[in-house]
Design a protein around this ligand. Sequence first.
Ligand code: 3PG
Ligand code: MG
Length: 395
Amino acid sequence: MALRDLTSLLAEPGGVRGKRVFVRADLNVPVKAGVVGDDTRIRASLPTLRRLCDAGARVVLASHLGRPKGRPDPASSLRPVAARVAELLGSPVSFAEDCIGEPAERAVAALADGGVCLLENLRYHAGEEKNDPAFAQALARLADVYVNDAFGTAHRAHASTAGMVSLVPRHAAGDLMHAELAHLRVVLEPRRPLVCFLGGAKVSDKLAVLEALARRADVLAVGGAMAYTFLRSLGEPTGSSLVEADRLEDARRVLAAAKDCGHRVLLPVDHVVAEKLEAGAPTRIVKQIPDGWMGLDIGPETTAQYAAEASRAATIFWNGPMGVFEIDAFAEGTRAVAKAVADSAAVSVVGGGDSLAAINRMGLASKITHLSTGGGASLEYVQGLTLPGVVALEG
Ligand code: 3PG
Ligand code: MG
């Protein structure tokens, strides 16, 4: 079903002028000692905020940050985010010490047309993640209109993404939500060949998406530590690499699924290995991982193969690092894939924190068709799963 968008919301009789518009955004950005790190998600939320402010809405902005487990935790406060939103919007943003109750209601009542207040972390209340009806009701009291722009949290059925939506009959998807869904759809309906690069530590974390993409993608190229679980499942030596011994059968099932569909799964054919996972540890490049050594990045031959697949692709989806990207000696595989995806003429979609960090650090963002603000959400979407935050907006 087509979601109502901001354009049709703004065109409705009465528009949003003077209305309290509750905007659920994903402002879950890294904050250390009160300082906002990468603010990509904040910037991505600005177009919706600007349009609503320009139309005279009283914007009640809400988000989670981190996982404070249902109680206040100063380390997860959104206060530093309010300052960054204000700086980027170029207008003041007030802050409510609590996302429901008296502090929230006071901040909302003080809003002028075109003004913005940010509510404190939704996850300070256990009701958020439990999708508790009473908590959803308390949030809905703050809203005449509801807009969900939190694509990065759309895979969670929480009070602010799901429960409160039906309580606010006037609702719509924000511009970021729309753009994300439109761009990620190319992975579901790809021009072929579709080449997917999947990295990360654990097969167990990504099992569902591995299986789905093994069926969907013409080529699924695997990197990161999970590649060693695949290699072990084929009886290859993996030394002391991180292997999930209880997932070998799952790994074989992914390989079989691809084979059934006539698709290829590529595994690393060479490796950067070290005896210790440490910056400065001596490294070697090997085809077979010796006892006592662990694979920490894909090797140069693998990198060349993966890059060749990227250059032949019509559509590319990439999520997850190819090696231990935080340590320079094990970052080359991830960098090379980033470069290959950027150089390819394919429609390219990249999600996940490490992949995005690699692209951004290398200044390649403008050469990627779409950088998703959702890690987990984009992985669920490309599997063909419905996202609770999107389903709620359809009602
Ligand atoms: C994310 O960063 O993955 C989203 O903001 C959702 O957060 P969560 O994984 O803690 O639910
Ligand atoms: Mg997550």
